[in-house]
Design a protein around this ligand. Structure first.
Ligand SMILES: CC(C)(COP(=O)(O)OP(=O)(O)OC[C@H]1O[C@@H](n2cnc3c(N)ncnc32)[C@H](O)[C@@H]1OP(=O)(O)O)[C@@H](O)C(=O)NCCC(=O)NCCS
Length: 163
């Protein structure tokens, strides 16, 4: 379930209501143990669990992060999370409003809502697969097999008349 208004765009509408999304509420490693792969290990384990056949309905993994948290942003971007939205004044920390980003990793065939350009690309892709370039050669091939049979029938008709 996608709870808040600003997160409604994480997943394309037609995935609802059967699909779910997973949310990372918090991920932290004690300062002196950072950069040795602990968060990567935890994230890999979570992703492994979310990509089992039992979790196939989970289509996205997402999170919020302060725009100023460059280490976390680098961490998630290096793990293929994509920037989903800029959220002005998303956090209230010690009475101060701070901006946030949401990041998302699509799994199990999930994808974001489509914009007009996606529909155009999809339409062109479908047309491309129909391979209109092969139509003239197919017509020619069919014509080649049809034309001799017409001549043969005509010739037979003429011969029959001449008899
Ligand atoms: C973000 C955080 C969880 C990463 O934990 P970690 O165990 O250090 O991460 P890893 O060791 O698995 O790092 C994996 C990769 O992330 C990137 N990364 C992590 N910290 C980074 C930093 N300070 N600067 C640049 N890249 C960083 C690197 O690409 C790193 O790979 P590398 O070390 O081979 O270059 C950790 O910095 C942390 O606890 N930060 C404070 C809490 C926090 O901000 N949590 C995220 C809130 S959404």
């Amino acid at each position: 379930m996608i709870a808040s208004q600003e997160d409604q765009d994480v997943l394309a509408v037609y995935f609802r209501p059967v699909s779910t999304v997973a949310y990372i509420l918090s991920l932290g490693v004690v300062q002196e143990y950072r950069r040795v792969g602990i968060a990567s290990l935890l994230l890999d384990s979570l992703i492994r669990q979310l990509t089992t056949p039992e979790a196939v309905h989970c289509k996205a993994l997402f999170l919020h992060v302060l725009t100023s948290n460059s280490s976390a942003i680098r961490f998630y971007e290096n793990r293929n999370f994509k920037l989903q939205a800029f959220l002005p004044y998303y956090y209230a920390i010690n009475g101060q409003f701070r901006d946030g980003f949401s990041y998302v990793l699509y799994i199990n065939g999930g994808h974001p809502p489509w914009g007009p350009t996606d529909y155009i690309k999809y339409g062109l892709g479908v047309l491309g697969r129909l391979d209109p370039c092969s139509w003239p050669s197919r017509l020619l091939h069919n014509a080649r097999s049809v034309v001799p049979s017409i001549f043969t029938s005509l010739a037979r008709g003429t011969m029959a008349l001449g008899k």
